[in-house]
Design a binder for this molecule. Structure first.
Ligand SMILES: [Zn+2]
Ligand SMILES: [Zn+2]
Length: 144
């Protein structure tokens, strides 16, 4: 099963060779500023994605554990990627909106729900987690 996607100008294209079963929303203040709204990400293992036009990808280290990538020609957000070592290292979270065919992928989870602007909410039953709950589950243990 393959999925394809690209940035707004087409300078960066990608192919995902994996099933994309669900998407998750992140309401954190960093994703809010990065996207100008809310980030809808799809988890993709590093070995399941191939890029075309990778020379047009610029990455920004937004924290000690992750980077965010965008097209250097048109500015489209492309992915959030975990850079910290550990179980999730290298995992991509590509933007749902960059897919050529974004239909048929349900929104199942929302994280940093406590940072969501109060003027809107997604319909439907999703698994919601606060920022504190997310950090408790995913933060790498501190080195002694
Ligand atoms: Zn572009
Ligand atoms: Zn976020």
């Amino acid at each position: 099963m393959t999925h394809t996607g690209q940035c707004l100008c087409g300078a960066v294209k990608y192919t995902v060779t994996a099933e994309l079963k669900e998407t998750g929303a992140c309401h954190c203040s960093m994703c809010r500023r990065w996207t100008g709204g809310v980030y809808l990400g799809l988890e993709v293992a590093p070995e399941a994605i191939a890029f075309e036009g990778a020379e047009n990808i610029t990455t920004f280290a937004s924290s000690a554990w992750a980077e965010r990538a965008f097209c250097s020609k048109c500015g489209s957000n492309l992915y959030y990627r975990v850079t910290a070592p550990g179980l999730h290292s290298g995992t991509y979270h590509i933007g749902l909106g960059t897919l050529d065919q974004p239909n048929g992928i349900p929104l199942t989870g929302e994280i940093f729900i406590d940072e969501k602007p109060d003027g809107y909410a997604f319909a439907g039953d999703t698994h919601k987690m606060t920022g504190a709950e997310v950090f408790a589950q995913f933060a790498p243990p501190e080195n002694p």
